[in-house]
Design a protein around this ligand. Structure first.
Ligand SMILES: Nc1ncnc2c1ncn2[C@@H]1O[C@H](COP(=O)(O)OP(=O)(O)OP(=O)(O)O)[C@@H](O)[C@H]1O
Length: 267
């Protein structure tokens, strides 16, 4: 594996609960990602997706194992790992420009340099005419474009996304999926994206991880061609690929079975 790789090394996370009980949110999760890979993560509620992302982000320390990025161990948050949340992580009262330029401004990058970087990023995410608007004036889709641009402004090695499109309507979501693919291809960033949508995980995962709960673990991994296809092709056409439908059914049944088990309807 190359230098700029991400390694999840036997990571376990046990949460202690009041009353002496505990939850194994993750058990012995191991995975390696090369620079520039795009990974989507799916799984029933409670299988540890967000916990895993938070550990990679450095917001949580695992109870066992470690995360290694570019040959050093992750011990806390760092701009080398950027996060895009479902919503609510922007500064509502600030302009789009101020939000996107926030990271570089904190680092003391000169104003002129920030301005040109922000212009470039707003162009990439299709918001060049909205730089002076306040966040609360924008639609949900536009706000997620700002969140993406703000993350890119820090030039992270790894972009972590927790259900970034979960709050958007279907059409906006589809446009954003295309945008994420373009950004991934053009920037060469490593991207990890959590989603509850099987379709989205198929389209936005060069590699797709299905996780299982109790304890949270990797259940199955797929290597898929659809993300590469979607960079230059309409996503609706990608969905017509016969393999796409097959994989969709397979994964839906897999997750359905896990959920049945969780609900105790299956022996
Ligand atoms: N801070 C915490 N304290 C106690 N238990 C926690 C904590 N955070 C997560 N858990 C538990 O760990 C397990 C995994 O949670 P996590 O949020 O990572 O799952 P998820 O797959 O992201 O779920 P969802 O799809 O519903 O967002 C769940 O059983 C959850 O209740």
């Amino acid at each position: 594996m190359d230098q700029s790789s991400l390694r999840i090394d036997n990571v376990s996370m046990t949460f202690s609960l009041p009353g002496g009980n505990s939850i194994e949110a993750l058990k012995d999760v191991s995975l390696g990602l090369s620079a520039g890979e795009l990974l989507s993560v799916l799984g029933p509620s409670g299988c540890g997706k967000t916990t895993l992302l938070n550990i990679i982000a450095g917001f949580l320390a695992p109870t066992a194992g470690k995360i290694v990025l570019n040959s050093h161990e992750v011990t806390g948050p760092d701009p080398e790992r950027g996060m895009v949340f479902q919503r609510g992580a922007l500064f509502e009262w600030m302009s789009v420009r101020k939000n996107v330029g926030f990271g570089p401004a904190m680092k003391g990058v000169p104003a002129k340099e920030i301005r040109s970087r922000v212009d470039e990023l707003l162009e990439i995410v299709g918001l060049h005419e909205f730089g002076d608007k306040a966040i609360y004036e924008l639609s949900g889709g536009m706000q997620q474009r700002v969140a993406l641009a703000r993350c890119l402004a820090n030039d992270p090695d790894v972009i972590l996304m927790d259900e970034p499109l979960g709050a958007l309507d279907a059409l906006t979501r589809e446009k954003m999926q295309s945008l994420i693919l373009k950004i991934w291809k053009n920037t060469g960033k490593t991207v990890i994206l959590i989603t509850h949508s099987v379709e989205e995980a198929l389209l936005l995962g060069q590699r797709l991880l299905v996780m299982a709960p109790r304890p949270g673990r990797i259940h199955k991994e797929y290597k898929l061609p659809f993300a590469e296809m979607g960079v230059n092709t309409d996503l609706r056409d990608v969905k017509k690929h016969p393999d796409y439908g097959k994989k969709r059914e397979e994964i839906l049944s897999m997750i359905w079975e896990m959920e049945e088990e969780i609900m105790g309807r299956k022996e």
